[in-house]
Ligand binder design. Structure first.
Ligand code: CP3
Length: 358
């Protein structure tokens, strides 16, 4: 975060109103009244009120309706009393907005009609302008007015994770086409990641300028890479995104799954907060990430299917591992699973708040 960025400056009203929230203080590694909590995928299928308002509306269409986005983003804030809202959208929305022919298939994920594997394919990826996503600016304006002192997190997919969907044509277990391009045509790969870094940076800027108080870069599938390949072929593009939004002074969160071996490099890429999945305890993660970063995580989302006592025991383990950290944002190690009991999430927020009240 730029050192000279205080609560005044270029900030929107919402950014000023949320500056002293527990969530933003934890991201800045300042003392907090309680450990802040939010959940990746907190808005979505675990909530009956979500299923109700989404009835008959395809996922991508719902992302383009500002009233609906506002309602869905607010649902988990109202219900669970989480410390932050995350903008309701999907990582493929900016790609759709620049004309990539793709859809989100229920139970499958993003599916791309014509995968990107050649120079000519890459040339189809044009830059994103704010006008392409005017519904995002509109929705964030409505949302931040409703949210008051609860911060709004904007987000985008990281270049590698977006590239995986674009090159594979859909979700992939082994990322074989993506890796074939990365190893087989390093220049085309570098150009693709650079283009995606531009698009992602532009999309995050729109969200911050509209009023988001923090941003998260989701590199969900980057754990598929060895550290040397990450450093050479992916980190420059992610670092470019963090650099592009550094001057706003809003916290930048960097999240991936299966990243135990990459945590040090993910810290180096430039985020202020590093998200950790459940495979590495937070004290060990802090050693790997190095000083000067807050950490976010990292309860296994599957724990929420066990007894109330087991959830509390596993939560205590996370809090104990986080006790020595300078900044801790409590979250799950990955997104809320769709069949999670929403009451278990509400209880978890309350439990973390009570246990960490100072
Ligand atoms: C990899 C990824 C995607 N999308 C996203 C990621 C990164 C986060 C992660 O690692 O989980 C990011 C995302 N997608 C969605 C959000 C909403 C904000 C929130 O966290 O509450 C966020 C942050 C909504 C969504 N994105 C999607 C849904 C479900 C669609 C529906 O309800 O019909 C939601 C609520 C669809 C989607 N979109 C994607 C997948 C794998 C799926 C699931 C497909 C399925 O199982 O149906 C791609």
């Amino acid at each position: 975060m730029s050192a000279n960025h205080g609560p005044e400056g270029q900030q929107t009203k919402h950014q000023q109103q949320t500056y002293d929230s527990a969530f933003l203080k934890a991201c800045r590694r300042e003392p907090v009244p309680h450990t802040p909590v939010w959940f990746m995928r907190q808005a979505g299928r675990s909530l009956p009120e979500y299923l109700k308002v989404r009835e008959g509306i395809p996922m991508l269409e719902s992302c383009m309706r500002p009233e609906l986005v506002t309602e869905i983003t607010l649902q988990p804030v109202r219900r669970h009393k989480v410390d932050a809202a995350i903008y309701f959208s999907d990582i493929v929305v900016p790609l759709k907005a620049i004309g990539v022919d793709l859809d989100i298939k229920p139970g499958v994920g993003p599916v791309v009609a014509e995968p990107i594997r050649t120079r000519a394919d890459l040339d189809r990826l044009r830059d994103l302008t704010p006008e392409d996503v005017s519904y995002v600016t509109e929705a964030i304006g409505m949302l931040t007015a409703e949210l008051g002192a609860t911060p709004l997190i904007g987000f985008a997919g990281a270049p590698f994770t977006l590239a995986s969907y674009l090159v594979e044509g859909g979700p992939s277990r082994n990322h074989e086409h993506t890796k074939a391009l990365m190893y087989g045509d390093p220049q085309l790969w570098a150009d693709l990641l650079d283009r995606l870094a531009e698009i992602t940076s532009a999309f995050l800027k729109v969200q911050i300028e509209a009023g988001a108080s923090a941003v998260q870069l989701f590199d969900s599938w980057v754990g598929a890479l060895a550290p040397a390949d990450y450093r050479r072929s992916v980190m420059p593009a992610s670092a470019k995104v963090f650099d592009a939004v550094a001057h706003y002074g809003v916290p930048r969160i960097h999240f991936g799954v299966g990243t135990g071996e990459l945590l040090g490099l993910m810290g180096e890429a430039g985020a202020d907060v590093v998200g950790v999945d459940w495979r590495v305890p937070l004290d060990e993660a802090a050693r790997r990430v190095g000083p000067g970063k807050a950490l976010q995580g990292n309860l296994d989302p599957a724990v929420l299917f066990s007894s109330r006592e087991a959830v509390e025991t596993k939560t205590d383990e996370v809090l104990a591992a986080a006790a020595g950290l300078e900044g801790h944002v409590f979250n799950l190690g990955h997104g809320v699973l769709p069949t999670t009991d929403p009451d278990a999430l509400t209880r978890l927020v309350d439990y973390v708040h009570t246990r960490t009240a100072r």
